[in-house]
Write a protein that binds this ligand. Structure first.
Ligand code: SAM
Length: 213
């Protein structure tokens, strides 16, 4: 069944103009001027309700975070979390990741996060997966040398597909785990979906993919 949008969420989202950037193309190549501090720019694609990114921003005040999400009613929840935490080092973009090259300049980003993206299970949908090679080549251009993509999923097939895609695009893979919550990785910040899957007893797959110099 198709979920109905909450009425008024678009207007509410657009009214949060301290955190939701209107016309983000304006900042292409100059995102450091948007934030009140210089510092690395880390982007999450498919931010959802924002638990992960707002916690990261709270813990790492010297890093600037950008959350990208295409569903306004979900993004609104993330923005409200950032407001409540009074975060200065976070911005949200209401847009489709297909538009990334309009928003960021090559080499402008130091890190990207993809957490529990839609698996698009049928073969004919592979190009829609956010870890499809077409997307990875775009991310690679936007990342600075040694920039990294941190990827988590509950979906074994998507994880296997993604590892192959990262390798195909010449990323260097590291810290691969097939059961994150039983691993020795320190300081894992969970997402809303992750909490749900862990409660269901599902293993979480994670890797880091580094752009070669
Ligand atoms: N990362 C969150 C988490 O782990 O709790 C949300 C995961 S949810 C399964 C995937 C999210 O990605 C959805 O909120 C969806 O709207 C968003 N999304 C999917 N494709 C996207 C795209 N091309 N651009 C921006 N957001 C996208």
């Amino acid at each position: 069944m198709r979920r109905r949008k909450k009425p008024g969420s678009e207007e509410k989202l657009l009214s949060k103009d301290k955190l939701v950037v209107a016309e983000p193309e304006r900042y292409k190549g100059t995102w450091h001027t948007y934030f009140q501090q210089k510092g690395e720019i880390h982007v999450e694609i498919g931010t959802g309700r924002g638990q992960f990114l707002t916690t990261m921003a709270e813990r790492n005040p010297h890093i600037n975070y950008v959350g990208i999400e295409m569903k306004e009613e979900v993004l609104l929840q993330a923005v409200i979390k950032a407001e409540e935490k009074k975060l200065q080092n976070i911005a949200f973009l209401w847009l489709d990741a297909n538009r990334l090259t309009e928003i960021f300049e090559d080499s402008e980003l130091q890190r990207m996060f993809i957490n529990f993206c839609d698996p698009w299970p049928k073969n004919r949908w592979a190009k829609r997966r956010l870890t499809y090679r077409g997307f990875l080549e775009i991310y690679k251009n936007l990342l600075a040398a040694s920039g990294e993509i941190h990827f988590k999923t509950d979906n074994a097939k998507l994880f296997e597909f993604s590892l192959n895609e990262f390798s195909h695009c010449d990323f260097q893979l590291k810290k691969i785990t097939f059961d994150l919550h039983q691993s020795d990785l320190q300081e894992n910040i969970t997402t809303e979906y992750e909490d749900k899957f862990v409660q269901m007893g599902k293993p979480i797959y994670r890797c880091e993919a580094r752009k070669r110099n």
